[in-house]
Design a binder for this molecule. Sequence first.
Ligand code: SIN
Length: 275
Amino acid sequence: MQLTPMAPKCGVEVSGVSLANCTDAEMDNIRTTIYEHGVAVFRDQEFSPEDHITFGKRWGGVDVNKYFPISDDFPEIALVKKEADESTNIGGAWHTDHSYDQIPAMGSVLVARDLPPSGGDTQWAHMGAAYDALPDDLKAEIEGLSAFHTADHVYKEDGLYAQTDMGKNLRGQHVRTGATHPVVIRHPQTGRKLLYVNGGFTINFVGQTREESLPLLQRLLDAAVMDDNQCRLQWKPGTVAIWDNRTSWHNALNDYAGHRREMHRITLSGEPLAA
Ligand code: SIN
């Protein structure tokens, strides 16, 4: 496997491996690669929906998303799609997948199935680099803090998506979620300190109201997406991205009006998080 950095602090392109046929040793290498770099990108893959599911199950378990439409034939696969006549996309703001679960998904495997002629890139930001770059006084302020995460405001009956043309495509409007995680976690495998709040699902710090939490939360959210923490992927047919949801945030750009984009996502089961 050869690794080529996508940006100085986030993301690598990996060549020399076929995901559908990878060995256990290559699988272990991919794991350590995403733990370190946040996201790994694989080009020119022959990766059918069956391969996608087999790969996810080999990794150690699949957490089916509660809200996205699922494939009729492959219920483990969540469809991240936007039709040519729709305006709102899925995942079009910085977030990390499933942080509203008490045992959040460790990662995600996203496969390009139908791409617009241009646009529809995805960005990632590295939360280890984000934490490292915080000023010492801010690091001291967040040491020992925990935060509450939920997806209710996003997906419920009158939530953010319900007010858009994507609302009709989603499910799980009655599901209620809520989880508390340390603001700074240690990566379960590498022990690296990572900032673990995100703009999509983090509501407040424990012991503080939303209003009291917002100034500090906003400082952290702004610091996390400094340009030099980020990388950006231009998808092509056959591209697969695998990312670590603890090490990275991501953001799906919505700049392809009038064109269809369909991606298949499997979300990989994780473990409880600790400071
Ligand atoms: C997501 O998983 O949030 C969507 C990413 C994308 O569509 O690029």
